[in-house]
Design a protein around this ligand. Structure first.
Ligand SMILES: *Cc1c(COP(=O)(O)O)cnc(C)c1O
Length: 358
C-alpha cells in the first residue's frame, strides 16, 4: 500500500452515524443548525477563544477576515512560504501581496524585515503559523500598533499549538483555521475565523450568510456557511483530538531519533507547545531532495514538497525577491505523518533517507 504525506483521521463509523442520524430526525441540513452550533461551542471552548465562526473552508475564512475589516484594496504584507491560499485570498480581495522574507529557523515571516516593507498603502499584515510553528506574535503586534495596521494570522496549521499557554489561534485581530481533510483536526472541508473585536465579529457573521437578516439587507455578503453533515464529522472527530496529537508526537519523536544529524530541522520557540502538524526536513540542496524522493517513490512512499514554489514566484504576482524562502522552498519536504503510521514504515523511510544523503 502506498504511503502518502498524510492520511485523514477517521472516527469510528458508528459515532459519525449517530451525529448524522440526528440530522435525519430533525430535517435540518444547514444554516447554523444544531450540529454546527454544538461544534462551534466545543471548538471555541477547546481553544479558549470568543467570537469563533465555523465556516465552509479555510480560504473563505481568510477572505472574510479581510472583508469584515473593510480591507478591499491596498497592500498586505505577507509571507512567501505558505500554501497558495494565503496569497490568492489577498489577491481575490483585490489587494496586493507584498512579500517579506522568512526566518531560517522556523520558516515564519521575518519580523525584523516587516517595517522596511510598510508604505502609506499598507493595510494589514497576514502572517502564517506555518507547520504549526509560532510567528513572532509579540513583535508583529508592536509593529502593527505603531503603524496602525491590522494583523491576520493564517492559522490553517495552528490548531492544537499553544504559545505562552494560549492557543496560537487567539492572537491577532483575526486568526483563521482550516479543517480540511488533510489537516490535523478535520471536518472533511471546513474552516474558522476567530475575531478579536465584537463589531468585526458581528459584521463577519452577517457577511458569511449573504449580508442579510430575513428581508433586511445590510451589506454585501457571500455564502461561507457550513453544513450539518460536515459538522457531524467534526463532532465525531472532536473526542479524539488529544489522541491525534499524541500519536503524531510518537511519529515525530521516532523520526527525530532516526534522522538527527542526517537532515536539518526547524528550531521551534521555547514558549511553544507544538501540535506535531507536520514533519518538515531540509536537505542540503535540491538535488539531494530529488534523489531521496526518487528512492522513496520507488517504494511507493510519497512525501510532499511543502511549500514549493515560494509564493513570490507565482506566475500571477509581481516579481519580488525572497532569497531565504526561495532557498528553503527548493530543498524542504514534509515526511509522511499521520495517526497510525507504523514504526516499521517510519524506520524504512528514515533508512532510505540516510542511504541517499551525504
Ligand atoms: C490548507 C491551507 C489553507 C486553505 O484551507 P482550505 O480549508 O483548504 O481552504 C490556507 N492556508 C494554509 C497555510 C493552508 O495550509
Amino acid at each position: 500500500m502506498a504511503i502518502y504525506v498524510t492520511k485523514s483521521f477517521m472516527p469510528p463509523v458508528e459515532e459519525y452515524n449517530n451525529h448524522v442520524a440526528k440530522i435525519f430526525e430533525n430535517g435540518i441540513l444547514t444554516n447554523q443548525g444544531p450540529n454546527v452550533q454544538e461544534l462551534q461551542n466545543k471548538l471555541s471552548g477547546y481553544l479558549g477563544v470568543d467570537n469563533f465562526h465555523y465556516l465552509s473552508n479555510g480560504t473563505i475564512a481568510l477572505q472574510l477576515a479581510l472583508s469584515a475589516m473593510d480591507i478591499n484594496d491596498g497592500e498586505i504584507i505577507t509571507t512567501p512560504f505558505s500554501y497558495v491560499a494565503t496569497t490568492s485570498s489577498i489577491m481575490w480581495q483585490r489587494c496586493k501581496p507584498v512579500f517579506v522574507d522568512i526566518e531560517r529557523n522556523n520558516f515564519t515571516i521575518d519580523s525584523d524585515k516587516i517595517e522596511a516593507a510598510i508604505t502609506p498603502n499598507t493595510r494589514a499584515i497576514m502572517a502564517v503559523h506555518v507547520f504549526g510553528y509560532a510567528c513572532d506574535v509579540d513583535k508583529i503586534q508592536k509593529i502593527a500598533d505603531k503603524h496602525n495596521l491590522k494583523v491576520i494570522y493564517d492559522g490553517a496549521h495552528a490548531f492544537g499549538s499553544k504559545y505562552n499557554d494560549k492557543s496560537l489561534l487567539a492572537y491577532g485581530d483575526v486568526s483563521t483555521c482550516s479543517f480540511h481533510a488533510t489537516k490535523l483536526f478535520h471536518t472533511i472541508e471546513g474552516g474558522a475565523c476567530i475575531v478579536k473585536d465584537k463589531n468585526v465579529s458581528d459584521k463577519l457573521e452577517m457577511q458569511k450568510r449573504f449580508g442579510h437578516n430575513g428581508d433586511d439587507h445590510q451589506m454585501l455578503g457571500i455564502n461561507a456557511k457550513q453544513s450539518e453533515f460536515h459538522a457531524a464529522m467534526g463532532l465525531a472527530n472532536y473526542p479524539y483530538i488529544e489522541k491525534i496529537i499524541a500519536d503524531r508526537k510518537r511519529v515525530s519523536d521516532l523520526y527525530d531519533t532516526l534522522l538527527t544529524g542526517v537532515v536539518s530541522r526547524p528550531k521551534t520557540q521555547k514558549n511553544l507547545k507544538y501540535n506535531y502538524a507536520y514533519y518538515p526536513v531540509v536537505f542540503k540542496n535540491e538535488q539531494e531532495l530529488l534523489n531521496v524522493f526518487a528512492a522513496l517513490n520507488k517504494k511507493e512512499i510519497y512525501p510532499r514538497r511543502y511549500f514549493y514554489p515560494s509564493l513570490n514566484k507565482l506566475p500571477y504576482v509581481q516579481a519580488q525577491k525572497c532569497p531565504v524562502s526561495e532557498d528553503i522552498s527548493s530543498r524542504v519536504a514534509c515526511l509522511p505523518l499521520y495517526v497510525g503510521l507504523e514504526n516499521k514504515t517510519i524506520e524504512q523511510i528514515a533508512k532510505i533517507i540516510r542511504e541517499n544523503v551525504k
